[in-house]
Design a protein around this ligand. Structure first.
Ligand code: ZN
Ligand code: ZN
Length: 363
């Protein structure tokens, strides 16, 4: 089995936009972790066609030496010296840079180091696409981490349901879910948890605050945990007490749209078409203008990855991709509903990684 760094090496072009390419420099946290299997808040990965180095400072050297995989761990005192030396020794002329994961300041600094050795930075976005080509397809091990994160998420969700009572605040519910996930072994939350109740439910990315839950409210919880760097993502909307006819109708439209989306998520399907199936259903049900976000996104080391289920997205689904399907209907100042599952694309369809039931719960 080849390492991830070797798979990136195999994809390195000879040249890009007329410039020679002898290597790639990776600075972003997620891509560094992907290539080395090692989490760190700082460090650099330099990959050439023959070798891969993980440059870390003293704080990470011991742990990285033991745990990083697929690359030679090198401790630096001044990264400019170590990098310049590697570039010189290995006759590197051109280095692909990340466009998405690098700040302008970082790029300017790294470019200077390269220039001191007569080498050039290649800032064409090519490295980002190469890394997405790899990260898009999850291995069984990666999917196992996502499943474990999802299992923890569901346990924390179920444990919070009895706490949803008249007067409880969104903040309290979000805190209880987070504690429940950490207690069960999550290394953290996948993102700032969303818990919104009643009229706030129309804010798809609302922030939990002192807003209280009341009878007849929908409560939307968009939550996820992180395990070994991998994230889970689930949304459920539940009700406290009985809901109105209209609330029930909206809930069922979202649920039906979500199920249509999951049925459409299979190898060979175009991402934009999956979005269209879901969007058309909601629009035709009379809610055009009330579903303003994409239908879903890939999940992995980052909570929002490529590809996405959005209008016009041309990427074709293939086995190994892990995607969310998360339509919603948001009625300003009244209420909102969103239902979100994660699915892994398989050889003949998809596996729903979310086991939590979706029938409307009236607590
Ligand atoms: Zn979500
Ligand atoms: Zn999501």
């Amino acid at each position: 089995m080849s390492t991830r760094a070797q798979r990136l090496q195999a994809l390195l072009p000879q040249e890009d936009n007329g410039m020679p390419v002898d290597g790639a420099l990776i600075v972003s946290g997620a891509n560094r972790r992907y290539l080395t299997g090692f989490p760190s808040s700082a460090g650099y990965v330099l990959v050439t066609r023959e070798q891969a180095w993980f440059l870390v400072d003293f704080r990470y050297y011991e742990a990285a030496s033991k745990n990083a995989t697929g690359c030679q761990v090198v401790m630096f005192h001044r990264v400019e010296d170590t990098l310049a030396q590697l570039i010189k020794e290995h006759h590197i002329r051109g280095v692909l840079f990340e466009s998405e994961g690098m700040t302008l300041a970082q790029a300017a600094w790294m470019e200077q180091i390269l220039a001191s050795q007569g080498a050039q930075a290649v800032k064409t976005g090519t490295l980002d696409s190469l890394l997405w080509q790899l990260r898009m397809y999850k291995t069984q091990e990666e999917i196992a981490c996502i499943k474990e994160a999802q299992r923890i998420t569901e346990e924390a969700f179920e444990q919070v349901l009895p706490l949803i009572q008249e007067g409880v605040t969104e903040r309290e519910l979000a805190l209880q879910i987070e504690m429940g996930m950490r207690r069960r072994g999550a290394e953290g939350v996948a993102f700032d948890l969303i818990v919104v109740a009643g009229a706030k439910g129309s804010l798809c990315h609302g922030v939990p605050d002192d807003n209280q839950v009341h009878r007849g409210d929908f409560i939307t919880m968009d939550i996820g945990a992180r395990v070994n760097g991998y994230n889970s993502d689930m949304t459920r909307t539940v009700a406290l007490g009985h809901v109105s006819e209209e609330q029930r109708k909206v809930y069922n439209i979202v649920l039906q749209a979500q199920q249509l989306g999951i049925a459409a998520a299979k190898p060979g399907a175009v991402c934009g078409d999956v979005d269209k199936v879901v969007r058309d259903y909601i629009y035709n049900a009379g809610y055009e203008g009330y579903f303003g976000h994409g239908t879903g996104h890939a999940v992995g080391l980052e909570i929002h990855e490529s590809p996405r289920f959005s209008i016009g997205m041309k990427t074709v689904l293939a086995p190994g991709m892990v995607m969310t399907v998360e339509p919603g209907i948001y009625l300003p100042d009244r209420f909102g509903v969103r239902i979100e599952d994660m699915v892994a694309i398989t050889e003949d369809g998809c596996e729903d990684l979310t086991n939590e039931p979706k029938e409307l719960i009236e607590l």
